[in-house]
Design a binder for this molecule. Structure first.
Ligand code: ADP
Ligand code: MG
Length: 234
């Protein structure tokens, strides 16, 4: 079972994993109130469907005024969004998420998955943010950093340093930020019995902070019996 982006991000916030502020909306007028409540001057209107590739399919759009938020929400709500993950029939958009526009310096990929061979969680990261990880693995496997984390030991400083080094993050403050990001994400992964968490893109902002711009979380059905709050998100 997968949950929606806005649901994953609410869990991220509970664990202090940095992600833009956002509010869900099911009508254009709710989208306007959401944007007003968030404030600022750039918002992103994002279709909430159980599939990736929304950006390319027209389900993620930048708005530079409240009027534009309303127009885009009107356009996206009720649309049948077709992406490479929905199949040709597409998916009906019944909810949008209005989010602060982020100041993106560059985009990375970060995920935590259960590695069946190693029988332990594996953190995977790449500088090729926004790209499909299967494509990166097929074409430029050297650009993927893999850090297995034995749950008996937990996420340690050396795991974090391996990750930062593998991504070529050399600035001390940025290293600290990415390590703390991954540490919180790993805790979240373990405590929620997740099967996978994928953040694509994870962005570095102009200020050297790391933000989860997208969020996908999947759960094994057997975990849902233990995680009733997650099961209720279905
Ligand atoms: P999907 O993977 O379904 O296409 P994403 O959430 O990854 O959806 O969004 C697609 C792209 O839109 C991102 O790669 C990013 O460039 C841009 N984007 C998404 N959210 C924001 C945001 N809050 N601020 C700025 N740009 C964003
Ligand atoms: Mg994405």
């Amino acid at each position: 079972m997968n949950i929606h982006e806005y649901q994953a991000k609410s869990i991220f916030k509970d664990y202090g994993v940095p992600t833009p502020r956002g509010i869900g909306a099911t009508t254009p007028s709710e989208a306007v109130s959401a944007a007003e409540e968030l404030g600022g001057d750039i918002w992103v209107v994002k279709a909430q469907i159980h599939a990736g590739g929304r950006g390319l399919g027209g389900g993620v759009k930048l708005a530079k005024s409240i009027d534009e938020v309303e127009t885009l929400a009107d356009e996206i709500l009720g649309m049948t969004l077709v992406t490479h993950q929905t199949g040709p029939e597409g998916k009906l958009v019944q909810k949008v998420y209005i989010e602060d526009g982020a100041d993106i310096k560059d985009e990375f990929y970060l995920s935590v998955v259960l590695d069946r061979k190693l029988e332990m969680p594996l953190i995977m990261a790449s500088t090729e943010g926004g790209m499909n990880i299967e494509d990166v693995a097929a074409n430029t496997p050297e650009k993927i950093v893999k850090v297995p984390v034995d749950p008996a030991i937990g996420f340690q400083g050396f795991h974090g340093r391996e990750l930062a080094f593998g991504l070529g993050i050399s600035d001390k403050a940025e290293q600290k930020n990415i390590i703390s990001f991954a540490q919180k994400l790993f805790k979240l992964y373990m405590e929620n019995d997740a099967e996978m968490i994928e953040i694509n893109p994870l962005v570095r902002t102009g200020a050297g902070e790391f933000l989860a711009l997208d969020g996908k979380m999947g759960f094994d059905n057997s975990a849902l019996g233990r995680q009733s709050e997650i099961a209720d998100m279905r």
